[in-house]
Design a protein. Structure first.
Length: 210
């Protein structure tokens, strides 16, 4: 690893590298089972319409974080903007009952994770290359994203994590608080975490007054 990594907003050309990193770094889940071209299109959409940051070691993407400011209807908007991909996607899986079930559960997921009448941002995915783990890259990406949230006027956000995933330790370490348990997919328990950013707001006020 080079002495200093670069953290910046993702560009359109980064979509394929991010898709491949997702495929390797998140081996389970509905999205991970889809093709690389589907994931590339999804991340291209997120880069253009939502918030995606990458960590780079020279020209190599070694980590990323993807966030949606408003997940309500996110996947519907994505699929509508990629009509040909949608047709290919549907035709390939039209006879799979399990696929149809999982796809439907994914589409309605924002309703299950809604907190009262909120519309707070959601961390969709964060991945760090296995060879670069242990250097605090994931935590750095979260801090950069949180600064972006504050600029946009948000003071909290959420993330959904499978109950059995190692990632739960990462979120608890980074001050996320468990809000509720629920079933995103039938028979699979998930945790909804919330993180409030008041400490960042107080720090900004303190610096401004010092």
């Amino acid at each position: 690893m080079s002495d200093k990594l670069m953290y910046k907003k993702a560009l359109k050309v980064d979509a394929i590298a991010i898709a491949n990193l997702h495929k390797v770094g998140i081996p389970t889940g509905f999205l991970s089972k889809q093709s690389i071209d589907f994931l590339e299109a999804l991340y291209l959409y997120l880069i253009v319409h939502e918030i995606v940051y990458v960590a780079k070691d020279k020209d190599k993407i070694v980590g990323f974080i993807a966030v949606s400011v408003n997940t309500s209807g996110l996947y519907k908007r994505f699929l509508k903007s990629n009509y040909l991909l949608l047709m290919k996607f549907v035709l390939k899986n039209v006879f799979s009952i399990e696929f149809i079930k999982k796809a439907y559960e994914t589409l309605i997921a924002p309703k299950k994770t809604k907190i009262e009448k909120d519309s707070i941002p959601e961390l969709l995915s964060i991945v760090v290359n296995n060879n670069y783990k242990g250097y605090g890259i994931g935590s750095k990406l979260i801090k950069i994203y949180e600064k972006e949230l504050l600029k946009l006027g948000y003071n909290s956000y959420k993330v959904v994590v499978g109950s059995k995933l190692e990632a739960n330790k990462f979120y608890l370490k980074n001050n996320f608080v468990l809000n509720k348990e629920f079933e995103l997919h039938e028979g699979e328990k998930s945790f909804l975490y919330i993180k409030k950013l008041e400490h960042y707001i107080l720090l900004k006020i303190k610096r401004k007054n010092s």
